[in-house]
Design a protein around this ligand. Sequence first.
Ligand code: ATP
Ligand code: MG
Length: 620
Amino acid sequence: MDAKFYGLEKVIKEWEEAKKNPEKFWAEKAKLITWFRRPDKIIEGHPPFEKWYVNGLLNISYNAVDRHLPEKGDKVAFYWVNERLESKAISYRDLYFEVNRAAYVLKELGISKGEKVSLLMPSIPEALYFSLAVHRLGATLVIHYVGLSAETLSYRLNDCDSKVIVVASKGFRNGNEIRIKDFVDKLLNEYKTPVEKVLVVKRGYDDFNVNKRDIIYEEVKPRGKVEVEPIAVEANEVATIYYTSGTTGRPKGLTHTNGGYVVALNTSFKLIFDPRQNDVWWTISELGWPVWPMANVYVIPVMGLTGVLFEGYIGYKPDLFSRIVERFGVSLVWSSTTTLYTLKSLGEESVKSGDISTLRMILNTGEPLNVGAWMWLREHMPNVYIADAYWMTEHLYPVAATPFGIAEIPYKPGSAGIKFPGSEFVIVDDEGKPLPPQSKGYIVLKPYSPALAKMHKDPNGERVVRTYWSRFQGYFYTGDYGYVDKDGYLYVLGRADDVITAGERIGTMEVESVVVTHPAIAEAAAVGYKKDGGEGILIVAVPKKGVSESPELENMIKEYLRNSGYIVDKVVFVRRLPKTKSGKIMRRLLRALVRGEEIGDISTLDDPSIIEELRKALGQ
Ligand code: ATP
Ligand code: MG
């Protein structure tokens, strides 16, 4: 191990100092970015109404591009690569020119501070150019998932009030062509939206209709050098709107700021990855998941690092992952447990087809890390540290993590890590009273980080208070259930809504993390169903490839769980689990099906055809 790593005490000390004096901690962190005007005040007011870096002026695009030009003009800012391993390198100088060109065109379209610009694209360089161009003009960026239904996207376009949407003609995923422009045409013809202009990045294709509202970027893009002034924005102005994953209900629109949010994100990764200037960082994520912009827009270029943009699906071919790591010498990977699980299910070829010796760290986010996947990764990448960070769209600063970069902290399977310097969580009971270690309860926050979101269209904070601050007095309620062990490691056991009351209260993850260590099982979800007055546990499990479902297998799983102290009534086998677009298991859908209840909002369900599949498996 590298000698520079220091111990747990260092993290605890940093945490204590941040808690004692948040103002000092966050004043120091503000130095990670370049300000046009330094803030007058670090914190003003109290959460959820507080302001950060008051009167500080900055520009995200300036921080991501301009300030690197003198020393890093030739450095690769990003590599782009697709499923066919076609690739392209973009230097910081290229990035500067491309961002300026994109900003020039957006400006011509009337985009300025306060306007919201929507983006619907795969992970291609233009997605990055336009994201940074929006910020160059001080406007607000709203990135949408490719693949949302027309109804959901039209709702969001109305909700965020976008007059301009930037789209790619098409994208490619899992060997399929996704006709994004055609989809947008149909949507705009069928639904009323505020969209007046569609800016189309052709990508060399012509097989789509051109309407009056369309502008083809390649036709209006300035050829030569153009420079658009980066507009100074006050730190508390909204930089971006994100919608939550919709795992527990209808997605919520949340806003993050130009100043505090960017400082917090850079602080997060300084602590977790502690990136070196020669690191190559690949974030395996779709554009619509906040993880993509968090890394590619707000951290990698702001730190002047090199990133990898991957267009496609990592499970498309078993050798893709390791070939991409080898091709670019990837050292840092950030992704979801679903992606890591995909690597495992592809088998050894996924990590053996290319030389992955440059890999230093893989970070999981979004759901508790599948213990089976973790064990497999440990076995096949003994030199790679598998880390975890637990955070949420509402608070895009880690609540708990294993910050490897600044300290060598042993990872405990099933745990999200230890408390993170600059944020604080507490486990409370039904009445909001703090609980001692080992006791299961609700995870709440006492936030004092600048990445605490406000809600969109909620000027007085009433919705924020109602949604997040009213369940437990004085705390932000995460909606998650868990406990802390005696060493201070946090275990997220699942969503509070999904807790099963079978004698005692059981978080879904408790049972699931045992099921997935059974050699026949790849993935599983636990759900409670009504059973004579109380609840019983039902397991919906995906058998590993080549394993066939049978009553014997069901009995084996039940027996396996009984040995770990869980009495399970039924195990149902399925070929896949219902997941959100961000790859999270939608347990509430399973629960609704099992109980015969209303299905609720499934606007972010990745593939709605799964509902029929599940009904069949459940014998309905
Ligand atoms: P919605 O709020 O719309 O129901 P969501 O909670 O899934 O959806 P996100 O903000 O994308 O929306 O996800 C945050 C949640 O994801 C957390 O509250 C937690 O349940 C889970 N989570 C994120 N990271 C981790 C992690 N590393 N370990 C365990 N759980 C995690
Ligand atoms: Mg949530």
